[in-house]
Design a protein around this ligand. Sequence first.
Ligand code: PLP
Length: 448
Amino acid sequence: MNTVLHDDHDFLLRPWTINDGAKPLHITGGQGVRCWDADGRKYLDFSSQLTNLNMGHQHPRVVEAIQKQAGRLCTIGPQHANGPASTLGRLLAEVTPGKLTRSFLTPGGSEANEAAIKTARAYTGRDKIITRYMGYHGGTYGALSASGEARRLDNEPGIPGVVRMFDPYTYRCPVGCTGDGPCGVCGGEQHLEQILTYEGAENVAAVMMETVTGGNGYIYPPNGYLQNIRRVCNRHGILLILDEVLVGFGRTGAWFACDHWSVEPDILTVAKGMNSGYVPLGAMVVSEEIGAFLAQRFISFGHTYSMHPLACASAVATIELLRDEGIVEHAAEMGAYLEPRLRELADAHPSVGEIRGRGLLWGLELVRNRDTREPLSPYNERGPAAAPFKEVQAAILERGVLPHGRWNSLGIAPPLIIERDELDEGLAVYDEALAIADRYYDVRVTPS
Ligand SMILES: Cc1ncc(COP(=O)(O)O)c(C=O)c1O
């Protein structure tokens, strides 16, 4: 164990893992879609780290923007105006959908969602926030409470007023629909209306959801779902908060995932791909009306590092790159290239129950049987039953690719600058590793 790993083990605690027994790689450098460790082993990144490294490592224009700003002014408090923050505000108004024009800049995605919850409550004068069980909105108290997925359980009781609805998870519909057209839950409207009847629509400030559920299974809503949710919100004067922390800025082959369905939220939260994660940053972008409302009152939330100039400079460079180099269109093209290749993988491996995705965010749901859809490893499993999925991931890592995904969904989320031959290289490794998942397949039932 080298000194870095030794000190890391003895003096640090990292999130979202059991630290004793964790074996982090010691990454010493990176370039584009690859990084390497202290022993010089190279890795192709099929995860964009935590789905944030959209421009890949060390993009010269982003690095230069940070260096220039560091030379000029490393930091300044949010009570002052600074050039990169102002430019970023204007760019966000330009690239986000429709009437979203005013931004509250934060140190990350969680804080953007905290701001969104507080804003929705203040704007509507109502308390309740409806979120979804498979959603993740961040690690801070409010954002983790608003999340539905398992990590919130260790931190309960959370903030009051969060009510959860089911997800439009058509492969495992919570009420058992078989996918011949979405049911009341997967269609969104009927399920949400019913919840509002019981909760009192007049008490609900916002519906808050990931446009596409990213970290928890790559769940893309069926066509019509988002429009239905928007319609219900309009009917009851409820705000729609879309969390695009993971999918914003080109990840799904559109600037924002909500663009696929032409749905405009009242509040959009972003982070990660906004600046490729080079410096921590997030934003809550609000509609003109909400912006005007916030501008007239005392804002009782925020951070020392709101509007941080280094972070904003990296975001300005990233957004300009996305625009100048057609990277969003490139992500869409790579998605079109990937889809048939993933279908071939699914044909070759019975353990692939379903593939879903767009652009450069894809998930392969791994099962022990296609008829029963029994997952390869169960939801939220941390014990021995998680081993089969971990084995698949370990095999991918051993072959020099950083995988994405957890539980039983294997993901593909490389930097948006990836090219076809690099995708092929990673897919060849996934192909080999899926043979391990196939070994757990229940051969008594023939795959359909
Ligand atoms: C959809 C979504 N929202 C919010 C967050 C929280 O963002 P951060 O980790 O920057 O606080 C994440 C992080 O993974 C996310 O995926």
